[in-house]
Design a protein around this ligand. Structure first.
Ligand code: IF1
Length: 418
C-alpha cells in the first residue's frame, strides 16, 4: 500500500506500517527522517515491528540500550519503584539519592555528582560549572570565560549546543548566538589545541573521546593523553563527554580509560538508565563541583527516586553481566570480520569496542544499504551519506554477532548488484 502525505510517498518496510507513519507525518513535527519500520516490542538485542518481523537492533537507541531492550532487572526496578515513589523534586530529600550518588562517585572515581535528565542537560551543566569554576577558582575576569569545543562535535540541540556546533543543520536560523565566547577548533589536532588552551581566559575544553555523530571518529593514539597534559599545563578543565562512549560502549568503562586519562569532568547519559528513561550525570571533584550552591542549578526531575533505582539497576547489570569485557571481545571480532569486507564497496572499518562504523567508498549509498539491511532483519542508521554506525547492545553474544554479520555481508552484496 502506498499513500501520500504532504507530497511524500510512504513506503513502509514494516507490513502495514504506512498508517502509523502517515499519522506521525500528519501530527508530529518533521524533525527526523526515520527508517520506515514501525517497532512495537524489544527484548535483548532484538526488536519486533508491528507485523511481527524480528530485527537485530544495531543502533540500540544511539547507545542508550547497552544493557539490551527491556532488561528484566532494570524493568523490575522501574516497575517496583514507580509503585512506591517516583518523584519528590529536590525540594525534599529522598532515601535513594545519596546511595545512588555514592554509587556513581565510587564507580567512576570522582568526589561529587550532579544528576540530570537528558544528556544535553549534563553537558549544559558542565558548561555552567566550568565557567563558574573559571571565575571563582581560576580567576577569569567577569564574563570573559572561553569554552573550547571541537569541529563536528555533537552534544544535543539546546541553544548552547547549537551555538557550539559547526554544522549548519544544527544552527541555521536558530541564532543569535553572540556573546557565548565558544571557540571551535579542529578535532584530533594537537597543533590547534595548545593556542586555544593557553589563552588565559579559557575555562574548559569540552570534547568527545570518540566522536559519534561525526561518524565514529577515533582520534590518533596519544591524543587523550596530550589533551590531559595541556589542560593541566594551562589550568583548563578537561571535560570529556562520555554520554555515548561511556558505560562500556568502547570496551572500557570510559573511553578515556583507553589512555589511562582522568578528565576533570565527565558527562554520562544514555545507558545510565539502560534506555528506560532520560537519566544523565555530571561528575567531578570537590574543587570543581562545589561551585554549585543552592539556586545555581537544578531541575524538577533530576535525581528523582525512580531515576535513582533505575540507575542502580542499570550499573549493576553492566557489572554482573561483564558487558565491558564483552564489548571489547565481540567488538574486536566484528571489526576483524568486517575488515575482510574492505574493498571495492567499503573503504574503511573503524571503532572501538562495540562503537563501530564503516565507510562506503563511493561517498553515498548508506541509506539504501540501511533499508536493505532492515529488509534482511538488521537495523542500523547512517550518519552522513556514506557512513553507517553499528552500536548493538553490549549483551550481544559472538553467535548473535556471527548471525548479524551474515545479514550485513548479504546486504552489501545485494545493494552492489542492484
Ligand atoms: C538526536 C547522533 C548519537 C551525544 C553526545 C550528548 C548528547 C548526545 C556525545 C545529548 C546525543 C544523540 C541524540 C540523537 C542523535 C544522537 C546521536 F547521531 F547525533 F550522534 F547518539 F550518535 N553527547 N546523541 O551523542 O544527549 O540530550 O540526546 O540525551 O537525534 O538528537 P541527549
Amino acid at each position: 500500500m502506498l499513500s501520500k502525505v504532504l507530497g511524500r510517498r510512504i513506503v513502509s518496510i514494516t507490513k502495514g506500517g504506512e498508517v502509523f507513519i502517515e499519522r506521525e507525518l500528519k501530527y508530529g513535527t518533521h524533525n527526523y527522517h526515520p527508517l520506515p519500520v514501525v517497532l512495537e516490542k524489544g527484548q535483548g538485542v532484538h526488536v519486533w515491528d508491528v507485523a511481527g518481523k524480528k530485527y537485530f537492533d544495531f543502533l540500540a537507541a544511539y547507545s542508550a540500550v547497552n544493557q539490551g531492550h527491556c532488561h528484566p532487572k532494570i524493568t523490575q526496578a522501574l516497575v517496583e519503584q514507580s509503585q512506591k515513589l517516583a518523584l519528590t523534586s529536590r525540594a525534599f530529600h529522598n532515601n535513594l539519592l545519596g546511595d545512588t550518588e555514592e554509587l556513581l562517585c565510587k564507580t567512576f572515581g570522582y568526589d561529587k555528582v550532579l544528576m540530570m535528565n537528558a544528556g544535553t542537560e549534563a553537558v549544559e551543566a558542565a558548561v555552567k560549572i566550568s565557567r563558574r569554576w573559571g571565575y571563582e577558582v581560576k580567576g577569569i575576569p567577569p564574563n570573559q570565560a572561553k569554552t573550547v569545543f571541537c569541529s563536528s562535535n555533537f552534544w544535543g540541540r539546546s541553544i548552547a549546543a547549537c551555538a557550539s556546533s559547526d554544522d549548519p543543520e544544527r544552527y541555521k536560523n536558530f541564532g543569535p548566538f553572540g556573546g557565548m565566547n565558544f571557540q571551535i577548533i579542529p578535532y584530533d589536532d594537537l597543533d590547534a589545541l595548545e593556542p586555544a588552551l593557553s589563552s588565559k581566559n579559557t575555562a574548559a575544553f569540552i570534547f568527545e573521546p570518540i566522536q559519534g555523530e561525526a561518524g565514529v571518529v577515533v582520534p590518533q593514539a596519544g591524543y587523550l593523553k596530550k589533551v590531559r597534559e595541556l589542560c593541566s599545563k594551562y589550568n583548563v578543565l578537561m571535560v570529556a563527554d562520555e554520554i555515548q562512549t561511556g558505560i562500556g560502549r568502547t570496551g572500557k568503562m570510559l573511553a578515556c580509560d583507553w589512555e589511562g586519562v582522568r578528565p576533570d569532568i565527565i558527562t554520562l547519559g544514555k545507558s545510565l538508565s539502560g534506555g528506560m528513561m532520560p537519566i544523565s550525570a555530571v561528575l567531578g571533584d570537590n574543587e570543581v563541583m562545589d561551585v554549585l550552591i543552592p539556586g545555581s542549578h537544578g531541575s524538577t526531575f533530576g535525581g528523582n527516586p525512580l531515576a535513582c533505582k533505575v540507575t542502580q539497576a542499570a550499573l549493576e547489570v553492566v557489572k554482573e553481566e561483564n558487558l565491558i569485557e564483552n564489548a571489547e571481545k565481540v567488538g574486536e571480532f566484528f571489526r576483524k570480520e568486517m575488515k575482510k569486507q574492505v574493498g571495492q564497496f567499503i573503504s574503511e572499518v573503524r571503532g572501538r569496542g562495540l562503537m563501530n562504523a564503516f565507510v562506503i567508498r563511493s561517498g553515498q549509498g548508506a541509506w539504501d544499504l540501511c533499508v536493505k539491511m532492515a529488509k534482511n532483519g538488521l537495523l542500523a542508521k547512517p550518519t552522513h551519506e556514506n557512513i553507517i554506525r553499528f552500536t548493538p547492545p553490549l549483551i550481544i553474544t559472538k553467535e548473535q554477532m556471527k548471525e548479524a554479520l551474515e545479514i550485513i555481508k548479504k546486504s552489501v552484496i545485494e545493494v552492489q548488484n542492484e
